[in-house]
Design a protein around this ligand. Structure first.
Ligand SMILES: Nc1ncnc2c1ncn2[C@@H]1O[C@H](COP(=O)(O)OP(=O)(O)OP(=O)(O)O)[C@@H](O)[C@H]1O
Ligand SMILES: [Mg+2]
Length: 230
């Protein structure tokens, strides 16, 4: 069975493109067939042959529809659709066509406000904290931010994907001959994370996969480490 996964959201710079590439690269490392579908009309297409996975240009609506239909008719492919900021109509169409919609957002009150509005508009979408801080102090502040989201949305906010500066190397042209191990591991981890979400098949997120569930677990781990070190 083929899956269409879209990374959408109205806010610019949230990590849609970087995460799309991380997913495609990581899915390849896990042995899945992934296709990167570009839909952002404001961006240049990658040079032919520069990506280590299949590329499809879905910047125009008719081409996008053809690509999605073609992907859906293939066995065992995962189409990763990279959205663009402020493309609400395109986002709504992709939301209807996708098996999974992820809305990356960064740790700011403005990003949270925008993603909560997008979650209301796209009822099957899940919000994905992206480029998240791993520094303990910043992380604690980020948890308070997440707690400030409207309660009915808490179960639709996923465990965070942490910031990794090396991730920009995936968008380099040409792609470096070898990528840092930390980056390959992060791509593999994010791809596994995606496969786990697809396996849920639309069922509600188990508590440990939500941002606040994951944060509670991490807080317990940090407290235990602090206690052991004291
Ligand atoms: N996990 C990450 N760790 C560190 N930096 C990141 C990460 N993800 C994205 N970035 C950085 O954040 C910036 C924006 O990322 P990206 O271009 O992926 O966002 P976008 O949502 O696709 O933006 P746009 O809406 O303009 O298309 C880039 O400089 C990118 O390198
Ligand atoms: Mg982008």
């Amino acid at each position: 069975m083929a899956y269409i996964v879209s990374l959408l959201g109205s806010k610019g710079g949230s990590g849609k493109t970087t995460l799309s590439h991380m997913l495609c690269y990581g899915l390849g490392l896990l042995g899945h067939r992934a296709a990167y579908v570009m839909t952002d009309g404001g961006r240049e297409a990658p040079r032919p042959g520069t990506l280590p996975y299949v590329y499809a240009d879905g910047r125009e609506a008719p081409a996008r529809a053809r690509i999605i239909q073609a992907l859906k008719s293939r066995e065992d492919w995962i189409g990763v659709v990279d959205g663009g900021a402020n493309q609400m109509q395109t986002d709504d169409g992709l939301h209807a066509e996708s098996d999974l919609v992820l809305l990356p957002f960064r740790d700011s009150a403005e990003d949270l406000r925008v993603v909560c509005r997008d979650l209301e508009r796209m009822p099957h979408a899940l919000a994905l904290p992206s480029q998240w801080p791993s520094n303990p102090w910043q992380f604690k502040a980020s948890v308070r931010l997440l707690e400030s989201a409207p309660e009915p949305l808490h179960g639709r906010i996923l465990a965070p994907v942490f910031a990794l500066s090396a991730s920009k190397q995936l968008l380099q042209d040409p792609l470096p001959e070898s990528l840092p191990t930390a980056l390959s591991s992060a791509c593999r981890a994010v791809a596994r994370y995606l496969v786990g979400l697809l396996e849920l098949d639309g069922a509600p997120l188990p508590a440990e996969r939500t941002a606040l569930g994951a944060a509670a677990r991490m807080t317990r781990v940090v407290a235990a480490r602090e206690k052991a070190g004291a």
